[in-house]
Design a protein around this ligand. Sequence first.
Ligand code: ATP
Ligand code: MG
Length: 240
Amino acid sequence: MGKVNREKFKVYEGVFDNATLDALENLKRRQYYDELGGPIKTGKEGDVYHAHKGDTRLAIKMFRITSANFKKISQYIIRDFRFRTIKGNLRKVILAWSQKEFRNLQLLYKAGVNVPYPYKQFQNVIIMDYIEGCMLKDAIIENPEEIYKQVKEQLHLMIRGAKLVHGDLSEFNMMLNSEGVVIIIDVGQAMNFKNKQDFLEFEDLLLRDLENVCRFFNKKFGFNVSSQELLNELKEGLFD
Ligand SMILES: Nc1ncnc2c1ncn2[C@@H]1O[C@H](COP(=O)(O)OP(=O)(O)OP(=O)(O)O)[C@@H](O)[C@H]1O
Ligand SMILES: [Mg+2]
């Protein structure tokens, strides 16, 4: 990597580790984006930054896998048949994790689920469309019935279309965009099932997702929806 390029990234030194800086430089050189902007959200597991390519606004997600979350993440990796051969070191797991989120985004997108379009994954970096909006938990919702209907529709598409159980679904990982459309995000932990046996293994995860969803609507809007009923509805005829 040339010195000049590195100079441009000086402002991010100390913010990202060297491997992440290298991946960002590489992606920029290959013109996956023009300019990196400021942070959208920074956390202990990863950061999401603004970026753009031409007129397209992008979100760049970078994973930081520390020994603290390594164990948790490893479990999601080895339980998913697509990644069962991955074992061992931090670097391998971080790559598998980024790949897993990217592939999940692709699967979901293909199944018609509203997710940010995934452009590229390289190392621990994912480039996707920027969603103009906010988390469901912060959204001003005037039509909760309609929003709940949308969430259910997204769940149907995830389970039946993409065959993925999100595994961390809540008002924190759903956004409401500026057009009032529910968008699903943060799908790194989502588990792909290829048959009934896999599905049964992940049913507890799905039920937890549905509990989060129902709790949110029951608490905030006085709904009386049941996660168990929702589960039955989603499962109906799934393997017929
Ligand atoms: N494509 C996007 N467009 C706009 N904002 C986004 C996008 N992706 C993520 N965000 C914002 O960044 C926040 C964090 O993203 P995300 O939930 O994917 O990661 P995370 O919460 O850090 O992951 P984890 O929950 O595992 O720590 C989101 O709550 C959302 O506000
Ligand atoms: Mg999140």
